[in-house]
Ligand binder design. Structure first.
Ligand code: UD1
Length: 438
């Protein structure tokens, strides 16, 4: 990897397989947590910067390892990035096509880097990037990205794990089209929004995903001079423009980080508050927690959770926004493992996202899984164990279970956790949790 020394050291540190969390369960939490900017927005907004010739100043960017890897990818394209605190200054006047060898490791380290394909095609008329592999949570196909880009005039060739794409129109400019997505995909919707922003003519996206991160992308692109309407609905219209300029933009709060900490409060039966969050993006999660027996107080960008001492079991089905987010399925399952009664948790978005069940059961949970439906019989006690997280949200879920458990829990898999949570253990420690990163 062509990574400069300082970034390499940070990456080595945060992605070390030897780090772990040590948690002494049973503490009551108290206080306030400031929520960071959304990982899933920040990464895509960084990719979108490739579309501009100018300076993008991104504020509220979380300091997580995925952002570091995306910064390296952009840097290797000649883009100048300066970072300080939670701000990125991305200068895209100078930019070149990535050389494939330098990029293989970087692109492989970060699945979302595939989302650079739309901006690269829009700006250079071609792109060659490694195929994103499957991952532990499922096969994660890219057919929707590919098939819809084809309709904008792109031809593809797959060779030696690389995907070569070229715009096959007379002037190498993408051509607007009407796309009917077969499934609701956040990534495919974002790829097409970015590609179509600089296309000739108008693109209509039907059956588009409706996540807040998609609205965030459209808002930033519109500030850059794009003409995008309907983001947040199932039909998005993008009128292509000739060029896009720089802008200043603040990333929306991370609803998944906020949801994780709400569940941390619920599982420890503790009252805490969240600031710099967006309660409107958490409505489905809040409704489920209310059914469990949690009360909420709201004001602008602020949320307080007041859980009952005994929480009831509640069923969930994960589904695209505004449904219950798949990214909170594992944390919610940890909570249900400690609730009163039996709940059914159905994962409908990814086919293989229940690796945490085995680890939760090793802590004393009573969970069985059949056909992607987990039956969770709540238990009174979990016990501390050494457990291994195998994806970002599963690792967070095991840490939450550790906060409830009797005794000491060691959570391995920090290299996943730190892909998506800034200062996870520090934030919980400041609320009174006995949690140390070692
Ligand atoms: C994004 C989020 C991830 C979240 C997921 C679902 C980012 C960086 N990541 O991932 O945290 O868990 O949304 O909310 O924003 N699919 C296809 N063909 C495709 C693309 C997707 O069949 O071409 C399927 C997937 O296999 C999956 C479903 O569509 O079953 C949703 O995936 P998608 O919304 O694309 O997830 P990502 O954008 O990868």
């Amino acid at each position: 990897m062509n990574i400069n020394n300082s970034t390499a050291n940070i990456l080595k540190n945060v992605m070390s397989h030897n780090n772990y969390l040590e948690i002494e369960g049973g503490e009551i939490l108290k206080g306030n947590i400031k929520i960071n900017g959304a990982k899933n927005s920040a990464l895509v907004l960084m990719a979108a910067s490739i579309l501009s010739r100018g300076q993008i100043n991104l504020f509220n960017v979380p300091r997580i390892s995925d952002v570091l890897v995306m910064s390296e990818i952009l840097t290797a394209m000649g883009i100048n990035i300066k970072s300080s605190s939670n701000q990125l200054k991305i200068n895209t006047y100078e930019i070149s096509l990535p050389s494939q060898d330098v990029f293989f490791d970087l692109f492989n380290a970060l699945r979302v880097s595939f989302f650079c394909i739309g901006p690269l095609l829009a700006r250079f008329g071609k792109a060659k990037i490694p195929l994103p592999g499957g991952c532990l949570i499922g096969s994660r196909p890219i057919d929707e990205h590919i098939n819809s880009l084809k309709q904008l005039g792109v031809i593809f060739e797959f060779k030696n794990n690389y995907l070569s794409a070229e715009v096959n129109t007379p002037n190498k400019r993408l051509l607007g089209a009407t796309i009917n997505f077969k499934c609701k995909s956040v990534g495919a919707t974002e790829t097409l929004i970015m590609a179509a922003s600089l296309a000739k003519g108008t693109t209509i996206l039907n059956n588009a995903a409706q996540e807040p991160e998609i609205i965030d992308l459209a808002n930033m692109l519109n500030l850059m001079g794009a003409q995008i309407k309907g983001a947040g609905s199932e039909c998005i219209t993008i009128k292509g423009v000739e060029s896009l300029k720089g802008c200043n933009y603040t990333v929306i709060p991370d609803r998944i980080e906020a949801g994780t900490f709400l569940i941390a409060a619920a599982i420890t039966r503790s009252e805490i508050s969240l600031s710099q969050c967006e309660p409107n993006h958490l409505q489905t999660v809040i409704k489920k927690l209310e059914l469990c027996g949690c009360k909420f107080e709201y004001s602008k960008q602020f949320l307080r959770i007041i859980p009952n001492k005994i929480l009831k079991s509640v069923d969930i089905n994960t589904s695209p926004y505004p449904g219950f987010p798949t990214d909170l399925q594992a944390p919610f399952m940890a909570l249900m493992a400690t609730a009163d009664g039996t709940s059914k948790i159905k994962e409908t978005v990814f086919e293989n996202r229940m690796h945490h069940v085995k680890e939760l059961n090793s802590m004393g949970a009573n969970i069985t899984v059949k056909d992607n439906v987990a039956t969770v019989v709540g238990v009174k006690y979990l016990r501390g164990r050494v457990v291994l997280g195998t994806d970002l949200r599963a690792t967070a879920a095991l840490a939450l279970a550790g906060l409830y458990a009797n005794g000491k829990t060691i959570v391995r898999g920090l290299e996943y956790l730190e892909r998506g949570y800034e200062a996870f253990s520090k934030k919980l420690g400041e609320l009174g949790a006995k949690i140390l990163k070692k």
